[in-house]
Design a protein around this ligand. Structure first.
Ligand SMILES: [Zn+2]
Ligand SMILES: [Zn+2]
Length: 120
């Protein structure tokens, strides 16, 4: 399962992981696996505006970063750095423990934007 995520190199849906596993696990198992991995911090959940989730490996030791995700095709690009640390420390100052955050940017990627342009 984690291999499938590593091979994808970008956030993918449970369906895509399921397809990559070629029947090695059913969809429910993959979904539960992603939730479990997310809980222990191995995998990061990328909620889409649609309410669906994409999943990606948490950068192992690398710099924490976020993604800009195309709402047309789901393509994701990495954004360097993170501005959320100050919100997390503010939350800790309020006495919250195990603080984490989810932060994604959505847009229409250049390739989808040019497709839309062609249609007109
Ligand atoms: Zn796109
Ligand atoms: Zn962050």
């Amino acid at each position: 399962m984690l291999r499938a995520l590593a091979d994808a190199g970008a956030p993918v849906s449970v369906e895509e992981v399921h397809r990559a596993l070629a029947g090695a696990a059913d969809l429910v198992t993959v979904y539960r696996g992603m939730e479990d991995f997310a809980r222990v911090g191995v995998v990061r959940r990328h909620p889409l505006e649609s309410g669906k989730n994409l999943w990606a490996l948490e950068a192992a030791g690398g710099a924490h970063h976020h993604h800009v995700i195309c709402r047309e095709c789901g393509h994701a690009d990495e954004l360097d750095g993170c501005e959320a640390a100050k919100f997390e420390s503010a939350a800790r100052r309020l006495g919250y423990r195990d603080v984490s955050h989810v932060f994604e940017i959505y847009g229409v990627c250049p390739s989808c934007a040019s497709k839309e342009h062609d249609r007109r």
